[in-house]
Design a protein. Structure first.
Length: 281
């Protein structure tokens, strides 16, 4: 009995193995038949007229398209901004450099702190030929440049360089430069554009005439004071109060009227009591 069962299991396993091999062979044949190296071009079907009519309707339905451009304006890279009140009146910007692009100037020194230039300007008595600008941009670290004068050519600037009214240490060497060299690095509003340039006025003081004091008036004796007038107390007038009481029934008819009047008597001031004197004193 055991031998028959073992023989039947071997036959069943052989049948399953043969079926699996047949399925694998069929899959290989199907793959070989369907596998092709040729490319099949797929033509895109043109959009129907119905789809083309829907697109404009979608855009027209968006009533707030572009509505945020007023609330949140797009970034403008060409806008020149500067904080007013932080620069001196000698600060210059793009407009000044554009107007003086054909002229030359004398670069006194460069610093990274604007307070140094402010301190230098405040110490000068003549500030009419002093200007300073801010350099910034791609590949240029932020610097403040102190300039002196505006000359028509380099020869005039070189002549003025030899007669500068300033005394600098040996480490600072002023040079002649063209205003056009600063154009790519200046993008500010100057003090002359935003109304920070103020004129200096001189105040001339003149001696004023002092009035002469008459000493005879001061030597006079002071006038005698007069007695102050006596005031008498005024008694208040009598005050009266009248009261009217009206009675009505349920229908609103007047049933009874009562009038009463009260007043305050005139209060006279107390008479002064006679003084009692002691005859023995």
């Amino acid at each position: 009995m055991t031998a028959l069962r073992t023989h039947w299991q071997k036959i069943q396993q052989s049948i399953w193995l043969l079926g699996a091999m047949l399925c694998l062979l069929a899959a290989l044949i199907f793959w070989a038949v369907t596998d092709r190296d040729e490319l099949v071009e797929i033509e895109k079907q043109p959009e129907s007229e119905i789809d083309l009519q829907i697109q404009p309707e979608k855009v027209a339905a968006t009533t707030y398209l572009g509505g945020l451009q007023e609330e949140v304006r797009p970034l403008e890279l060409t806008t020149r901004l500067t904080a007013s009140g932080l620069h001196e009146a000698e600060f210059r910007g793009t407009k000044f450099i554009q107007e003086q692009k054909n002229n030359s100037t004398i670069e006194l020194f460069r610093v990274s702190d604007e307070n140094i230039i402010k301190s230098f300007i405040k110490k000068q008595t003549d500030r009419s030929k002093l200007f300073y600008i801010r350099l910034s941009g791609e590949g240029q670290s932020e610097q403040y440049v102190m300039l002196y004068g505006s000359f028509g050519n380099k020869r005039e600037a070189a002549h003025a360089l030899t007669a500068l009214p300033f005394k600098f240490p040996e480490t600072i060497q002023p040079v002649v430069v063209q205003f056009a060299d600063y154009r790519p690095y200046v993008n500010d509003l100057g003090a002359d554009e935003i109304g920070l340039s103020t004129k200096l006025y001189a105040v001339n003081l003149r001696p004023a005439a002092v009035p002469v004091i008459d000493e005879s008036i001061l030597a006079r004796p002071p006038a005698t004071t007069t007695n102050a007038p006596t005031t008498q107390a005024v008694a208040p007038q009598n005050s009266t109060t009248s009261t009217t009481i009206t009675r009505r029934d349920q229908e609103g008819n007047v049933v009874d009227v009562q009038k009463s009047q009260s007043g305050t008597a005139h209060v006279q001031p107390d008479a002064p009591e006679p003084e009692v004197r002691d005859p023995f004193n």
